[in-house]
Design a protein. Sequence first.
Lengths: 36, 260
Amino acid sequence: MNLLETFPQRKPADTAAVCDLKKSPREAKQYIIKVN
Amino acid sequence: VIRPVLDKYKTLYFYDMPYEGGVCDRNIFIDGLTPAHNTELLVSHGLKNWGKKVYTLAADYNYGQITADWVKKYVKDGGGEVLGTEFFPLDATNFGSTISKIQAAKPDWIMTVLVGGGPISFYRQFHAAGLSGKIPIASTTFGGANDQLVLTPEESDGIVVAYNYIESLDNQVNAEFLKKFRAKYGADYPPISDLTMSSYQGMLLWAAGVKKAGSIDRDKMIDALQSGISIDGPSGKVTLDPATHHSIFDVHLAAFKDKR
């Protein structure tokens, strides 16, 4: 493969926007994006 | 589907596959890519380098359907337009009508979120229609199962992907890993894909958790794993995010060349 670009230490921003197990440690669900 | 079972029996679970994101579960730790890791980068690359009009082909189950929604969001955010989205079962092999629709729609590029052995046929039929090299392809999935090995270079060269691991990464841990792996399994063993490395590094994360917890007790393991633990694997530094139980790692945009 030809390497085009590297994005260092990328975060799971999609899930981080809806999930905080430090605040809600007993949570057990999957959030689904809603696209309008 | 499996999460309620794991929760019922209070079982720790590592998920090592790319997926659609959004799982928020105390028992689950994930080192697979989510849309923020790969889809957002692929869409940004396509909009910047190829154009604003996109056509999406995706697997017809939750991964493909939800990731296609992420594609729509990222394309819209980037000022682009999704001209069409089609979903396919894992065993789909005939893409003739789809290729006709693509030719009629005239997208600037195509996003594939296809899964399964059958849909590899798309890339062959796309090339046979004279479209490869004319309409670029970005993919969240291509190459994960070494799809390129059953295609010709002409059918797969230039497909752009975004993965945490590609075999050519230039770091010492990867060099040592590849040296040992090739010595054991042979120099002609197929390329090690992101899917493969994700499984291996999932085991490394589990082992780091056991070492820190000093136990395989589930609650002690969870405390250890959500303490900000990280490993230095062949893909580089991988850290488990305490808030989401997902991974923070490098992501590389790369284009296939000569079946690798």
